[in-house]
Design a binder for this molecule. Structure first.
Ligand code: SAM
Length: 625
């Protein structure tokens, strides 16, 4: 009997299980027609997103023409029973749906993917969804693995009613996909016009990678499981960070993917190298049961082995591979714990807010502890600041989306206390920068004590926050001093060192009690008159006001300041000559309410065109930025 040979058309082996650099239209043209089982496409949405090489802002007609080209390519390579899943934003969802149907696809489901880490919008509702279309070539013949237990979710009968008649296998998910349903207060049903208010940062660790549009693995898992079988071929024309290939590989499928960016292809290929068939998908498979809500969330303490395994998993999926080689496993582990703790506790606020807000810092440190981290609080805070500094916290759910608002009036009212406390602590630790001081919890405690002594009515956070504002102002003053230098040239008066004697003089005495003006380099100070709260100006030699503000011991500080060579150099070469210090109001004994009444007067001075605000950086040479 003659045997019959059936030829199965397959893409060439060079194409399979690779992420290819290049244009997907050309790439798909090299795949034989009718050979792919499933296509997942997450194309650029034409919304001006910043990719490294692709320009995401085509004219509408050009975008639609280009979309038609690649969707035709998808249609050609798909098998007759194949499926095409398309993820797209609001802007072109309608157009691409119609286009795909015209090309020959039938729409099975219009899925809404609801997510909880949208980019915060000021003047419209923050977007929290994307559209995902499930198309098939033949509506009578397609793969849909409805019985796969990994696809099914617990039913209301199981969860809410504890009904014995419930199908123990659960049910298929709705077409609104919520990958963090545990963050919804009491479920989300199709017949409710419920708006969900609290915005919760997502827990998709894998989103912290090199590609801002990275899809969660669990989402791809659902698509690949439902529309393909073991060993079948999954194609993604727009690979990005390589999520489709990563999930296809984990689930034992073959894959072909393209991306026009060489860099993304390189990093995604590295991601793939660390993945093996059978590896679990990142993220919770059953978030309702296995992951607590963000509010209630507390991690189980992990064993060291689990922690290292997790750290590897995170490193693989967040694209930290390049820098990882230069760190020890312990450092990398600490880093990933700190990133996780920040993600879970920052509630959309900045790193500065978490570090300076006592309640938030406590939550952050507790979260690190719960995750099994043994580093001390100072180390944890330093690590967080360092991660921000080196640009590790760029993922969407780590970025600040909530502004920290402290009324300008409040900041102005208590700025003097922040300054006094900063100055006092800086004097104790003369070589430390402001960041060094704020990151050390013990020193921060000293700061709080001094600041609260001076401004007992003000809360700790505002007083701490005030130092950052002062630093900003100081930078502005420095910039102004540079402009000033342009105006006056560099011929400032040459001065000797001032005020080192501690001898009482008439001039010093009159300054201390509200005299009009004194050149700083002529002042000699009285050692027992150390605590001089008042409103001061510092003026340049041509009368421009460089600083105006409430301060303690400003004359004393100016004396110290002029004792340093750097200061002399600064004033004589950059700022156009040694300044004058004037005390406008002595308020050492003023009560809080009296100080508040001073404010309008203070503000008048501030409004003067030639006023800048604070020179604190100028007398703190180590923190001169
Ligand atoms: C929205 S992202 C895909 C993200 C991906 N789903 C993930 O999970 O990381 C779109 C990607 O398409 C790539 N791209 C744009 N035009 C392309 C083209 N003509 N051929 C191949 N890739 C292209 C971009 O470089 C970008 O990485």
């Amino acid at each position: 009997m003659r045997s019959r040979i059936v030829w199965i058309r397959m893409p060439s082996t060079e194409l399979i299980n690779q992420i290819h650099a290049g244009d997907c239209v050309a790439g798909m043209a090299s795949i034989p027609a009718g050979t792919v089982d499933l296509v997942f496409a997450d194309p650029p949405f034409n919304i001006g997103y910043q990719y490294d090489v692709y320009e995401d802002s085509l004219e509408t007609d050009d975008y639609l023409r280009w979309s038609e080209n690649w969707i035709r390519g998808v249609h050609r390579v798909l098998k007759d029973d194949g499926a095409f899943w398309l993820a797209i934003g609001d802007e072109y969802a309608a157009e691409l749906k119609v286009l795909s149907q015209r090309i020959g696809f039938s729409c099975r489901s219009w899925v809404i993917w609801y997510y909880t880490f949208g980019v915060h919008c000021k003047y419209k509702f923050t977007r929290s969804h994307a559209h995902i279309f499930h198309f098939v070539k033949d509506p009578e013949n397609f793969t849909f693995n409805a019985d796969d237990p990994k696809l099914r979710v617990p039913s209301a009968r199981q969860l809410v009613y504890n009904d014995k008649r419930a199908n123990s296998k659960g049910r298929m998910p709705d077409d609104t996909w919520i990958l963090r349903p545990q963050d919804l207060p009491s479920g989300f049903s199709a017949d409710e016009d419920v708006w969900y208010f609290p915005r919760v940062a997502g827990t998709f660790k894998e989103r912290a990678g090199f590609h801002g549009c990275q899809m969660p693995e669990q989402l791809l898992g659902r698509i690949i499981r439902s529309s393909s079988n073991d060993d079948e071929i999954v194609l993604d024309p727009f690979s990005g960070s390589g999520t489709t290939a990563a999930v296809a590989k984990k689930l034992g499928r073959q894959y072909i993917t393209f991306d026009m960016s060489q860099e993304y292809v390189k990093l995604a290929s590295e991601r793939l190298q660390n993945i093996a068939v059978g590896d679990p998908l990142v993220g919770s498979a059953d978030p309702l049961r296995s992951v607590p809500s963000t509010a209630a969330g507390k991690r189980k303490k992990k064993t060291p082995k689990q922690k290292v395994a997790d750290q590897r998993k995170v490193a693989r999926s967040v694209g930290l591979q390049m820098s990882l080689e230069f760190r020890t496993a312990g450092e990398a582990e600490l880093e990933s714990l700190v990133v996780d703790a920040f993600r879970d506790t920052h509630a959309g606020f900045s790193v500065d807010r978490v570090l300076l807000d006592p309640a938030m810092s406590e939550r952050f440190v507790n979260e690190c502890r719960t995750a099994g981290c043994e580093a001390n609080e100072h180390e944890l805070r330093r690590q967080l600041a360092q991660l921000r500094f080196v640009g590790t916290l760029t993922a969407e759910d780590l970025q600040p989306s909530e502004p920290t608002i402290v009324a300008t009036e409040t900041l102005q009212r208590y700025r003097y206390a922040s300054e006094i406390a900063w100055r006092t602590i800086a004097d104790r630790y003369p070589t430390w920068t402001l960041d060094d001081l704020l990151l050390d919890p013990e020193i921060l405690c000293q700061f709080d004590t001094v600041a609260r002594q001076v401004a007992p009515n003000c809360d700790t956070f505002t007083l701490r926050w005030g130092t950052l504002k002062l630093r900003q102002l100081a930078a502005a003053v420095l910039a102004q001093a540079e402009v000033h230098q342009g105006r006056t040239g560099q011929n400032g008066a040459k001065r000797g060192r001032a005020g080192q004697g501690g001898k009482k003089t008439k001039k010093a005495k009159s300054l201390l009690h509200g005299i009009d003006e004194v050149a700083a380099d002529t002042i000699e100070w009285d050692d027992d008159q150390e605590h001089l709260a008042g409103i001061y100006t510092i003026e340049s030699t041509d009368g421009a006001i460089l600083y105006v503000g409430e301060s303690l011991n400003l004359p004393v500080r100016m004396r110290d300041h002029f004792a340093a060579n750097e200061s002399i150099d600064f004033w004589t070469t950059l700022a156009g000559g040694t300044p004058r210090v004037r005390m406008h109001l002595d308020k050492t004994d003023a009560s809080q309410s009296e100080q508040e009444r001073l404010l309008p007067w203070h503000r008048e001075l501030l409004m003067r065109e030639d006023s800048a605000c604070n020179l604190v950086n100028l007398w703190t040479p180590v923190d001169n930025a």
